[in-house]
Design a protein around this ligand. Structure first.
Ligand SMILES: Cc1ncc(C[n+]2csc(CCOP(=O)(O)OP(=O)(O)O)c2C)c(N)n1
Length: 353
């Protein structure tokens, strides 16, 4: 497989606590659907980047910054496809693909970025700090790692209610250094909760490289300390992520407890659209850009005769048209009435003048 020069062989340090990932065949339908989601996410976030780079501070279209998953979308796509619609997905700030998979439209995502009345947070919060009600996505809060504890609670709830649903949480390698992640792994393993921990190791936590965050190379070895089956996967390979997540979901659903998946990837853009990431060595960016998950999956599909350049051009045009319409529609949504600020905040509503 491509990229081995910058990837270690998976599973070599975890035995006997390796997550067993069967070579599950993937159908043409599923592979093409995953590619479509990958491309939709890429083009949507390219649009966010474009808007942020070109808007004026006096009349911004988007409030604040964009936080993009560009180059690491495969993790969100693979995980989203491995779950049933009513399994819980506690997302990181780079999981727009999972939101789209669970039914968020481009228009709604733009409302959220614009903080307007019709957004999932009704304008109270912006960018990726949200979840659309009814989608079994956990509302994202800014505190790194907290989503994992929420997912743990949801996994516990499934045990308590005797359902076969599972909870999956994604988080960065920076977040992985937080105590709450270790406590969550320990608790999930002790009580064999139906929980999947997914580290999106994109090598940088803002400007801090992974080698200045931890002394270990594969974060997945931490699974062994808690008796959690773990594996390392190529986070730019959508199908590899999907297969590993599918294996972990199957264990959790069968009552066999939590798993840990470390997805090796790279944050090829800045931390946010405001950040040119000049602190990242140019050759590191170049090496990972050459392993673009969109290009990699398209190549696999074309090799199998499931995809073509013509289909690709047509899909891109279709998504582009949908985006143009979404930008127009979202541009007409009004900002929230300031009196709405305290609605849905307190259990006993506060009267507003
Ligand atoms: C508890 C906490 N500390 C610090 C921050 C500020 N902060 C926001 S994102 C971020 C980097 C997170 O890195 P990582 O978890 O690797 O995710 P990535 O942004 O690389 O996807 C930091 C330090 C925060 N939001 N929460």
């Amino acid at each position: 497989m491509e990229g081995r020069a910058i990837m270690r062989e998976k599973g070599d340090v975890m035995s006997p606590w390796s997550l067993q990932v069967p070579e599950k065949k993937i159908s043409q339908h599923d592979a093409c659907a995953m590619y479509t989601l990958l491309l939709r996410t890429r083009l949507f976030e390219d649009e966010i980047y474009y808007i942020c780079a070109n808007q004026t501070p006096q009349h911004p279209f988007i409030v604040g910054k964009g936080y993009l998953s560009t180059g690491q979308e495969a993790i969100s796509v693979g995980c989203a496809y491995a779950l049933a619609p009513d399994d819980w997905f506690a997302q990181s700030h780079r999981d727009m693909a999972a939101h789209f998979h669970r039914g968020l439209t481009f228009v709604e995502a733009l409302y959220q970025y614009r903080c307007t009345t019709s957004s999932p947070t009704h304008g109270r919060d912006g960018n990726v700090h949200f979840a659309k009600e009814g989608t079994h996505m956990v509302g994202f809060t800014s505190h790194m790692g907290q989503n994992v504890a929420v997912a743990l609670g949801l996994a516990w709830a499934q045990r308590y209610r005797k359902t076969d649903r599972v909870a999956l949480a994604t988080f960065g390698e920076g977040a992985a250094q937080q105590g709450i992640i270790h406590e969550s792994m320990n608790y999930a393993a002790t009580f064999q909760l139906p929980m999947i921990f997914v580290i999106n190791n994109n090598r940088w936590a803002i400007s801090v490289p992974v080698q200045e965050q931890t002394s270990i190379e594969d974060l997945a070895i931490r699974g062994a300390a808690y008796h959690i089956p773990a594996t390392v996967v190529d986070g730019n390979d959508t199908v590899a992520v999907y297969r590993a997540a599918t294996a972990a979901v199957a264990l959790a659903r069968a009552g066999r407890g939590p798993s840990l998946i470390e997805c090796k990837t790279m944050r090829v853009m800045g931390h946010g659209t405001h950040d040119p990431a000049t602190y990242v060595p140019a050759d590191e960016k170049t090496a990972w850009r050459a392993r673009d998950p969109v290009v990699l999956l398209k190549r696999v599909l074309c090799e199998r005769g499931w995809w073509s350049d013509e289909r690709d051009t047509a899909l891109r045009a279709e998504i582009r048209a949908e985006l143009d319409t979404a930008v127009d529609v979202a541009g007409n949504d009004p900002p929230p009435d300031p009196r709405m600020a305290v609605q849905d905040v307190f259990s006993t509503p506060v009267p507003v003048e």
